[in-house]
Design a protein around this ligand. Structure first.
Ligand SMILES: [Zn+2]
Length: 340
């Protein structure tokens, strides 16, 4: 029998919930911190970064995250970060990734929207060419920055409309940031053909997921694990086949879940809710997509076939065109068959 860890490593995968700045590995962060040394609290020594990245709670995570955001100061930082993320995804056999990008954070630090979009597009082409990774963008509103951030994120999305942009999101804290206030922005983004993928039900209850569905027209939900506390919501997600992007280690690190053994992934799957497994902010949470698959396999008691099904689900839930999905699913099928 193939070792499950190496099976997962070689498995062609799609990643649907991973943040741009949150994907900065200690190596990349150290490089950025060194470029901006003396004007950032982030250590430039990779050895010190592990301690720096040890989170106490969700509020502390946001604080650290924003200090890394502050290192992205020019379009070269953006290009380097994005291209290097492509390299790290490629190493894990991720073939397709929808990266959640927060252009507002960079634009308010003085990077022009056009230069920002050109930098990520340049990196996208480079990642496809050099690492075989197809990157796509979800432009998300940093919820903590409120409606001005929503307005500007929408403007950047619609005015610049980079080729890789496919969806519109909402991240940051949920507590004190009600979802319905963002409805007009999601309405306009959807009218312009972008998919709706807000975070909801990560650190608050099922009502936030209901809000995301009713007010923001969510087609997929970032996290959404609070749905496991609401039978009617799970039935709704199952009936309408609205997938959740589940990120187990993230939930543990931010204390959204007290113990990984209490993670509601199995409850959601048993109720027929479509799920994919994702990494969220992998280096910051000390994880990788491969490790998230291993954790999910343990929680769901999956063998190789089950893990391959999980990979196929992520492809099906993605927003790539049908032809791209077929190619990637065929790759997964071929890999599974070759592994015996
Ligand atoms: Zn997220």
């Amino acid at each position: 029998m193939t070792d499950l860890t190496s099976f997962i490593a070689g498995l062609p995968k799609a990643e649907l919930h991973v943040h741009h700045v949150g994907s900065a590995s200690p190596r990349i962060v150290a490089e950025l911190a060194a470029r901006h040394e003396g004007s950032s609290p982030v250590p430039a020594d990779p050895a010190l970064l592990a301690d720096y990245f040890a989170f106490r709670d969700f509020a502390h995570f946001i604080e650290i995250y924003l200090s890394v955001v502050d290192l992205i100061r020019d379009d070269e930082d953006v290009r380097l970060l994005t291209y290097e993320i492509g390299r790290e995804l490629g190493r894990q056999n991720v073939r397709y990734a929808e990266l959640t990008v927060t252009p507002y954070s960079s634009v308010r630090r003085g990077i022009a929207a056009k230069a920002f979009c050109e930098a990520i597009e340049d990196a996208r082409l480079g990642a496809a060419r050099d690492f075989g990774v197809d990157l796509r963008w979800c432009f998300d509103i940093p919820g903590e920055a409120g409606l001005p951030a929503a307005e500007q994120t929408l403007r950047i999305a619609l005015d610049e409309r980079p080729d890789g942009l496919i969806s519109f999101g909402l991240g940051g804290p949920e507590i004190g940031v009600p979802r319905p206030q963002f409805k007009p922005y999601f309405d306009q983004a959807r009218a312009a053909g972008l998919h709706s993928v807000p975070h909801a039900g990560e650190t608050t209850g099922p009502e936030t997921v209901w809000d995301a569905l009713r007010e923001l027209g969510a087609e997929r939900i970032g996290h959404g694990i609070a749905a496991a506390r609401d039978e009617r919501l799970m039935a709704h997600l199952a009936e309408h086949q609205i997938p959740l992007e589940v990120c187990p280690t993230s939930n543990l690190r931010t204390r959204a879940v007290a113990d990984i053994e209490e993670h509601p992934l199995a409850t959601l799957v048993a109720a027929g809710v479509p799920v994919s497994v994702n990494s969220d902010d992998p280096p910051m949470f000390g994880t990788t997509l491969e490790r998230e698959y291993a954790t999910a396999a343990r929680l769901l008691k999956l063998d190789e076939d089950g893990v391959a099904d999980l990979a196929r689900a992520a492809v099906r839930h993605s927003f790539q065109p049908a032809a791209g999905k077929s190619v990637l699913i065929a790759e997964i099928d071929a890999y599974r068959a070759a592994q015996g």
